[in-house]
Design a protein around this ligand. Structure first.
Ligand SMILES: *Cc1c(COP(=O)(O)O)cnc(C)c1O
Length: 464
C-alpha cells in the first residue's frame, strides 16, 4: 500500500517511510492511497474475535508489503499485552442504549496507549530490520508524553527525549513520565511553558545537525499515520460487539486534534455501518464552530479542566478535508494557505458532506462537572472530564435512540482528580492497582534552561 500527501505535491511513500517521515515535504499529512473495504459478510464473520485477532484483520491491508502476517501478529500481541483488562477495550452501559467504551486500560490510563504502544513496537521492528537507530523527540503538556515514553521504553533502537514545562504539569502526569527508569528514556523539565517546549522541538526537527552521525529525529505526535491506523480497530471492535454489521452504531468522541474521531470516519468508509459521529469539544471549539456554522477560525487558547483537548487548531482535520474535497491535493493546499490568515471557509459541498455523518457540540467546564456529578449520581460510574464532554454531546446530538451510542472514554478519572472534586464527587478516584505506588516511585528528570543550544548539548551528550 502506498501513502500520499493531502497537499498533492510530496512523493508517495511506502508504509514504512510514511511512518518514519511524519509531516510530508509539502506540509501535508500522509493518508493511504486507497482505503481497504470490508464487506458485510466479512465484518459479520468477526463476531467474537479477540481484540488482537480483530486488530490483525483491520490493520493487515494497510501494511501489505511492509510486514508479514507473523510480524504484524507479534507487534499487536506485544502492544496490547500491557493492557490490564482482558477485553482491552471493554464496554460498560450507562443508559438506554448508551455505552462507554473504556479506552483507558493501558499503561498510562488514556486512549493514546492504543496508538503509542503499537507505534513503539512497530518502529522498533522496522528499525531493527534497517539496522538503524532513531531519536524520538516530543513536547507534552500531559498525556501524550507519558504514552510515548511507555510505548518506547522497551525499544532497543529508540532513544526518547520528552520535554515538559517544569512545574506546569500535574503531579500524576509528571510521575507517569519520570518514574519510567529505562536507560533510553530522557525527561527534560524545561524552564518555560508548553509553547517553549513545542518551539524547541520544532527547531530541533528543522535543524538536526546536533545529532550524532546516522541519527535522525522521528515524531510520534498524532499526525503519524500509524497512530490513526491503530485507532480504527476499536471502532470495529465496539460496533461488532453491539450488533454490527446487522445494525448501525453511533460514536461520540471527545476531540482535540481530530485523530481519534478521524479513525472512526475511516472505519465507516471501510464498510462499518456508523450512523453518527459526534465531535465533542470543550471551550476550545474550532471544530464545533466549523461543523455547525462554517466558522473555522483561530481563537486564543482557553485552559480548561479537560486539558488534553485544549488545542487551537486540530491538525488531523486536514485529512478529513482532503476527503471532503474529493481528494484534490491542490484544493487542500489552497485552502490551508488561506488559513494562514487565521480563518478559512469550507465549500458548501464539503460542509454538506461533513454534516451527513458528523454532528458537534461544545461544553464548558461548569456543564462538564455537572455531567460527571449526574452520571455518578444515577449510575455510580465515574467519568473523567474528557469523557463527560463526550457523554453530554451524545445526549444532545443523538438522532435516533434505537441506535446504540458508544461514548469513547479517553482517560481514567484518577488522572484528573481536580475536575472530579469540582464535580462534588467526594470519593477520590483511586489509581488502579498497578499504579497505586506511583507517588512512592523513584523519579528521574533533568531540569534545563529554555535555551536551544543547551538542550542540544544535553541530548547529544546522552547519545554518545
Ligand atoms: C488526546 C486526548 C483527546 C483528544 O484526542 P484527539 O485524537 O487529539 O482528538 C481526548 N481525551 C484525552 C484524554 C486525550 O488524551
Amino acid at each position: 500500500m502506498k501513502y500520499i500527501s493531502t497537499r498533492g505535491q510530496a512523493p508517495a511513500l511506502s508504509f514504512e517511510d510514511a511512518v518514519l517521515t511524519g509531516l510530508a515535504s509539502d506540509g501535508g499529512l500522509y493518508v493511504p492511497e486507497n482505503l481497504p473495504q470490508f464487506s458485510k459478510d466479512t465484518i459479520a464473520g468477526w463476531a467474537g474475535l479477540s481484540y488482537d485477532a480483530l486488530a490483525f484483520e483491520v490493520i493487515k491491508p494497510f501494511v501489505a508489503g511492509a510486514l508479514t502476517d507473523e510480524e504484524l501478529r507479534t507487534i499487536i500481541q506485544k502492544a496490547y499485552s500491557s493492557f490490564r483488562h482482558q477485553a482491552i477495550a471493554p464496554l460498560v452501559q450507562t443508559g438506554h442504549n448508551e455505552w462507554i467504551l473504556e479506552l483507558f486500560q493501558g499503561p498510562t490510563l488514556a486512549f493514546k496507549d492504543f496508538a503509542l504502544q503499537f507505534l513503539g513496537h512497530l518502529l522498533d521492528h522496522i528499525l531493527a530490520r534497517r539496522k538503524q537507530k532513531v531519536v524520538v523527540m516530543g513536547a507534552t503538556s500531559g498525556d501524550t508524553g507519558s504514552a510515548a515514553i511507555e510505548g518506547c521504553s522497551r525499544c532497543e533502537n529508540i532513544d526518547i527525549f520528552i520535554l515538559h514545562p517544569h512545574n506546569r504539569v500535574s503531579e500524576v502526569q509528571r510521575r507517569q513520565m519520570t518514574t519510567v527508569l529505562s536507560d533510553n528514556v530522557y525527561n527534560i523539565a524545561l524552564e518555560g511553558n508548553f509553547d517553549d517546549c513545542q518551539n524547541m522541538v520544532k527547531a530541533s526537527f528543522a535543524d538536526q545537525s546536533f545529532l550524532p552521525d546516522g541519527r535522525q529525529l522521528v515524531a510520534v505526535n498524532s499526525i503519524n499515520w500509524a497512530r490513526i491506523m491503530a485507532q480504527i480497530v476499536y471502532y470495529f471492535y465496539a460496533a461488532v460487539a453491539l450488533g454490527a454489521p446487522h445494525r448501525a452504531v453511533s460514536f461520540s468522541v471527545p476531540t482535540g486534534n481530530f485523530g481519534d474521531i478521524f479513525a472512526g470516519y475511516l472505519a465507516r468508509k471501510m464498510g462499518l455501518p456508523v450512523e453518527q459521529l459526534i465531535v465533542a469539544t470543550n471551550a476550545n471549539d474550532i471544530l464545533h464552530r466549523c461543523i455547525s456554522a462554517n466558522d473555522h477560525s483561530k481563537k486564543p487558547l482557553i485552559h480548561s479542566l479537560s486539558p488534553s483537548m485544549d488545542i487551537m487548531v486540530s491538525s488531523n482535520f486536514e485529512r478529513l478535508l482532503f476527503d471532503l474535497y474529493g481528494r484534490d491535493g491542490k484544493a487542500i493546499a489552497e485552502l490551508m494557505a488561506s488559513f494562514k490568515s487565521g480563518s478559512m471557509t469550507l465549500s458548501e459541498s464539503a460542509l454538506q458532506k461533513a454534516r451527513e455523518v458528523f454532528s458537534s457540540y461544545r461544553l464548558d467546564d461548569e456543564t462538564m462537572t455537572k455531567v460527571i456529578a449526574g452520571v455518578y449520581d444515577t449510575t455510580g460510574y465515574l467519568l473523567d472530564p474528557h469523557t463527560a464532554i463526550g457523554v453530554e454531546a451524545a445526549r444532545k446530538c443523538r438522532a435516533n435512540v434505537s441506535t446504540p451510542m458508544v461514548c469513547l472514554a479517553t482517560a481514567h478519572p484518577a488522572k484528573f482528580p481536580k475536575a472530579v472534586a469540582k464535580a462534588g464527587v467526594t470519593d477520590t478516584p483511586a489509581l488502579p492497582h498497578h499504579m497505586a505506588d506511583l507517588f512512592d516511585r523513584e523519579e528521574r528528570y533533568q531540569v534545563l534552561a529554555n535555551d536551544l543550544a543547551g538542550v542540544h548539548q544535553y541530548i547529544s551528550g546522552q547519545l554518545s
